[in-house]
Write a protein that binds this ligand. Structure first.
Ligand SMILES: [Zn+2]
Length: 99
């Protein structure tokens, strides 16, 4: 899985360029998880509010909003991709910068 390099939030029409700190997902009553995006520390509350209003309007699945630390996920390989497990995220970053 490719980790987005920046936060998913747009503030006043401008993309936030901060590196993401958390994955944001919605867990419904059947314990199914829907990935919403990634968010930086500053925008965690904001994305929470946005998702809540989307849920009210039916634009997002109903359920609990979950935040999961990006570093924890990549270290523990919770995504289950062995390729990602062997590659350190920092190394990937350097590689893509060269290109
Ligand atoms: Zn942000």
């Amino acid at each position: 899985m490719l980790l987005p390099k920046k936060c998913s939030i747009k503030e006043n029409g401008v993309d936030c360029i901060s590196p993401p700190s958390d994955f944001v997902s919605i867990e419904n009553i059947q314990a199914e998880e829907y990935m919403i995006g990634v968010v930086c520390k500053v925008h965690r509350d904001l994305i929470g509010e946005q998702i809540k209003s989307m849920q009210k309007e039916g634009g997002a699945p109903k359920g609990i909003i979950r935040f999961r630390n990006v570093t924890v996920v990549s270290t523990d390989c919770l995504q289950g991709l062995s390729e990602d497990c062997n590659t350190k995220p920092a190394r990937k970053e350097i590689k893509s910068k060269r290109i």
